[in-house]
Design a binder for this molecule. Structure first.
Ligand code: GLN
Length: 450
């Protein structure tokens, strides 16, 4: 099969189902076809060569509009590409388009997109999760074999769980964030959404590594993830933390994850009870730290440098005010306000500083648990995919959906969500959390289970 065949198949599938799913905000069909045609006349070797893929629309793509699903970036065409995108292009992957998301990656349902609603391919009345909802839906609906998402508090794993696909958040620093539009810089990380764990290993292999353009990326050897998928997890110690099996976890989700744990035990793993006592404070800490960083990162959208600029303004200040009032959606404004408040003098010590202290305690909980176990297992989300509008009225109920994923970002650890059955006809995700930089053990465990 040629690359042109693959691209043709991908575009045909987009044509057939995306009017309903609405995952793509941009389809780069002409570009993809011409790249594929060029590849067809050469021989290429790599595992990703000639294979179509798509990117969440918060990754910069040279010459291709990058909106973050926000009105404020409408029309913004980056002069450079994100390192992760460049690496996939260097591996001769073929970009077929950009994917919908919650505006600036703030949300858990993709309902905060200013552009459109993405539907869950399993049930069009349900959300695909978020903020990488377009990425998960595009893969689940067979429009692309894989996509990249970004994860600040669960945005790769939660939509992967809701859409029944695999989602991997690498350790903080494993993948370059250069060219990823910043939300909360100390938490953001790019990772793959795929059908299988093996595919996740292949994509991570390609995008991982130190990048001199991102000082937070780490200088560490990238192991051979694919060779590590031996299927053998005998003797592996898997931790179960009671804090992740609270009454907030829906019955059907708990049952599916417990069955998956039994399955891993049958494969030879040892199940060990561990405790992560500060888990209950993670959500509060996250919703101070992430908005604080966002309020600073989003200061750059001033109507001068990128995308949208309000018209009919009286002076510079008026231009800033109108541009930001019209350009940002409600959730983004909420985060900017919370973050600015938490950082303001007089409140900084009470909120931001305390949240940072809690963050350290959470990281220490994980450190202690990883003395006794190699991997920690939990549900990815407390529920399966919910219906449109169900959680939009009360932001707190929406935030609650991230209770299992957020502690992982606060600690900087790698984690993967793998499908582990259905509850009432909708997919359930199991989350495996690993030691810092130990994506290899995560991938091996998930692969053996899968
Ligand atoms: N849902 C979380 C939030 O709204 C996480 C988002 C993310 O990981 N980008 O902040």
């Amino acid at each position: 099969m040629t690359s042109s065949d693959l691209v043709h198949f991908s575009l045909e599938q987009i044509e057939a189902v995306d009017s309903q799913v609405q995952a793509f905000v941009t389809v780069t069909d002409e570009l993809a076809k011409s790249q594929a045609a060029k590849l067809d006349v050469r021989r290429s070797e790599g595992l990703l060569a000639g294979i179509p893929f798509a990117l969440k629309d918060n990754m910069c793509t040279q010459g291709v509009e990058t909106t973050c699903a926000s009105r404020i970036l409408k029309g913004y065409i980056p002069p450079y590409s994100a390192t992760a995108a460049r690496k996939l292009e260097a591996a001769e992957g073929i970009l077929v388009g950009k994917l919908n998301m919650d505006e600036f990656a703030m949300g858990s349902s993709t309902e905060n997109s200013a552009l459109m609603k993405t539907h869950n391919p399993w049930d069009y009345d349900c959300v695909p999760g978020g903020s990488s909802g377009g990425s998960a839906a595009a893969v689940a609906a067979g429009m692309v074999p894989y996509a990249l998402g970004s994860d600040t508090g669960g945005s790769i794993r939660q939509p992967a769980a809701f859409c029944g696909v695999v989602g991997l958040k690498p350790s903080y620093g494993r993948v370059s964030r250069f060219g990823l539009v910043a939300f909360a810089s100390s938490l953001d990380q790019i990772g793959p959404i795929t059908h299988t764990v093996e595919d996740a290993a292949i994509v991570l292999q390609e995008i991982a590594g130190k990048d001199r353009r991102d000082s937070t990326s780490v200088e560490r050897e990238v192991p051979d993830y694919i060779a590590g998928l031996t299927g053998d997890i005998r003797g592996l110690r898997i931790g179960v933390a009671k804090e992740y099996f609270s009454p907030a976890i829906e019955e059907g989700v708990r049952t599916a994850v417990e069955a998956a744990i039994l399955q891993m035990q049958r494969l030879g793993a040892t199940i060990v009870e561990v405790s992560l006592p500060h888990t209950a404070y993670a959500l509060s800490a996250y919703y101070l730290i992430a908005p604080a960083e966002a309020s600073s990162n989003l200061a750059r959208y001033d109507g001068v440098r990128y995308g949208y600029r309000a018209e009919g303004v009286e002076n510079l200040l008026d231009m800033y005010r109108k541009t930001r009032s019209i350009g940002f959606g409600a959730e983004v404004k909420r985060r900017i306000l919370v973050g600015t408040y938490a950082l303001s003098s007089g409140y900084y010590d009470a909120y931001y500083k305390r949240a940072q202290q809690v963050r350290t305690l959470i990281a220490m909980d994980f450190d202690a648990a990883f003395h006794d176990v190699d991997v920690i297992v939990s549900p990815t989300t407390p529920t399966t995919a919910f219906r449109f509008g169900e959680k939009t009225k009360d932001p707190l109920t929406m935030y609650m959906n991230d209770i299992c994923t957020i502690p992982v970002n606060l600690a900087g650890l790698p984690a993967i969500s793998v499908p582990c059955g259905l509850s009432d006809g909708l997919p359930v995700g199991m989350q495996l959390i690993g030691r810092m930089y130990d994506e290899a053990t995560l991938l091996k465990t998930a692969h053996a289970y899968e």
